[in-house]
Design a protein around this ligand. Structure first.
Ligand code: SAM
Length: 279
């Protein structure tokens, strides 16, 4: 097969959103289709053939799980702000109540493109207006002080939900630890984190072997020592947080009426964690 080369980490955002478009009923994301683009479509098809055809539904289920979880906490008045780290082209602001404030953080070039497109689509009545602040940051750089300052300005004392979805795999251990210690310093008791990662035992699957081959050949700008897997223990022992919900592709498939099609070894099973700040 003629493999797609020179994929940038930001292209993965187009591809993820392409998956959500391909099963709107399962993802619950009726706006993902706005991001259709022909380069991403070639990468998407190549990736599905090379790694796993189940990747459409694994991504749809992930989005659906966080969408429903966030909808519930908004309804219960438990959060006022959603801070999405590595937000890519996710469309949560438009799928959730208009009373929510959104902070979307990603690489500078990505947020620049996203904010421009969103502005235009709102003007053209393709999207409803929402309160979104975009912040351009690279998690491999020293960003903590500047980000803390910006979040203080935008979020203040408001109750928040931090989402980090489809990102940790691309970072290294040091970058992951820095992010979670930042979360601890900006959140208050009762605030939430939603996180996604693979566990170490994914390495025994055929799909993971293909994913690593694909990622090392194709993705050009992942962090050094990237491609992380994380054990449940990391979340269970995270200082000042309690793990209050843990799901994965298979458990959520039962809830959202999805029948996995591939054999287990050909599925990249992601785990979804909800943590609540205790102190
Ligand atoms: C697979 S996409 C997931 C996007 C979105 N969270 C979703 O689920 O649709 C990964 C995202 O992480 C962002 N990302 C990866 N490494 C990053 C870094 N070092 N700094 C900032 N953002 C990063 C990419 O730009 C991309 O938008």
């Amino acid at each position: 097969m003629n493999r797609t080369k020179n994929i940038h980490v930001s292209d993965t955002a187009f591809v993820t959103c392409g998956f959500r478009r391909l099963n709107e009923a399962l993802s619950g994301d009726s706006y993902a289709k706005l991001w259709y683009n022909s380069k991403a479509e070639i990468i998407l098809k190549d990736y599905l053939a090379a790694v796993s055809t189940e990747e459409i539904n694994t991504h749809c289920i992930r989005n659906r799980f966080f969408l429903e979880t966030i909808k519930t906490v908004v309804k219960e008045n438990k959060i006022e702000v959603l801070i999405n780290f590595g937000a890519g082209f996710s469309m949560y602001p438009f799928l959730l109540s208009e009373k929510l404030l959104h902070i979307e953080i990603d690489k500078p070039e990505l947020v620049k493109h996203k904010s421009k497109k969103i502005q235009q689509w709102v003007k053209d009545y393709k999207l409803p207006a929402r309160k979104i602040n975009f912040i351009g940051i690279d998690f491999s750089e020293k960003y903590e002080n500047q980000l803390r300052q910006e979040l203080k300005e935008f979020v203040g004392e408001k109750k928040c939900f931090i989402l980090i979805e489809g990102v940790l795999f691309f970072l290294n251990t040091n970058e992951i630890n820095r992010l979670f210690s930042l979360f601890n310093t900006i959140q208050s008791i009762g605030d939430y984190i939603g996180s996604v990662s693979y566990t170490h035992n994914i390495k025994t699957t055929d799909a993971y072997t293909r994913l690593i081959k694909y990622a090392t050949q194709g993705v050009k700008d992942a962090s050094n020592d990237g491609f992380q897997t994380i054990e449940h223990e990391f979340y269970k022992t995270l200082k000042n947080y309690k793990l209050i919900n843990h799901q994965d592709y298979f458990s959520c498939s039962e809830v959202y009426n999805n029948q996995p099609k591939c054999e287990k070894t050909n599925i990249l099973n992601e785990h979804f964690y909800i943590l609540k700040k205790q102190k």
